[in-house]
Design a protein around this ligand. Sequence first.
Ligand SMILES: [Zn+2]
Length: 268
Amino acid sequence: MAEKKELYKGVKGLRLGAVILWILAIACEVAAIYLLLTTNETVLYKLLGAGYNDTNALLYWFIGILVVDAIFCIVGALLWKKANRIKPSKSTNKVVKFFWDQLGVIVCIIAFVPFGILLILGTDKLDAKAKKTLLVIVALLLVGSSAASVDYNPVSPGDSQNVEALIKSHYSPDEYEVDENGDIIVYWTQYGKSMHLDGECYYIADSSTKTSGTVAEAIEAGKADPCDNCMSEIKEINKEELDQMAPLDELTEAPADAEGTVEEAPAE
Ligand SMILES: [Zn+2]
């Protein structure tokens, strides 16, 4: 189905980007672990110059590598979450679904905890004070990148089953269309937020970007909101539940207070 392909366009790229960034994040950690464990003075000398046994110089190296590690983790998770908004995991297994949605957090744990453990176990490369500082930084980076990587509102294709069930229970079969699989067909437009049961609904009748598909496809396209006009019966009943679905638009919306809060200059 051509439209469906169009709908999922970019998902593979987003997932690939996420995986590459996560691999780079773990590579950073591996580099940090190497630096922590290596006794190869030639390598240390190449990296740090004459002061290769200078605990502070080494500390800055660790901090730099781990900050880059955190950035890779966070950007990777953002791409991953965006891909899941467009095409959520179809797994009905709650554990699999959880790990899929929160994969970014798991990567953060993998990308920081082993280094943290090795650091706690001990190193002769850093003095006690530098070691303590680095441990605090590792902990902060782990917590910060994990918090940024959590999907706080994962989308589930199961949401579409609720909407379909509601349509079937509140409208008679001659009020909606179905495709060859028996899935209810709904309509939406490129820039609208709603799905429409009626292809001729006056909100979309004249739109040149009108598309149709299943309810699941509409939700995946970010059109989780049933139309006020042609789906009003569902709208009333299921509003709370539908409000919890995160439309795609939420991800791209600018913060509400992005402008208008200019700090007052002190009076002369
Ligand atoms: Zn409508």
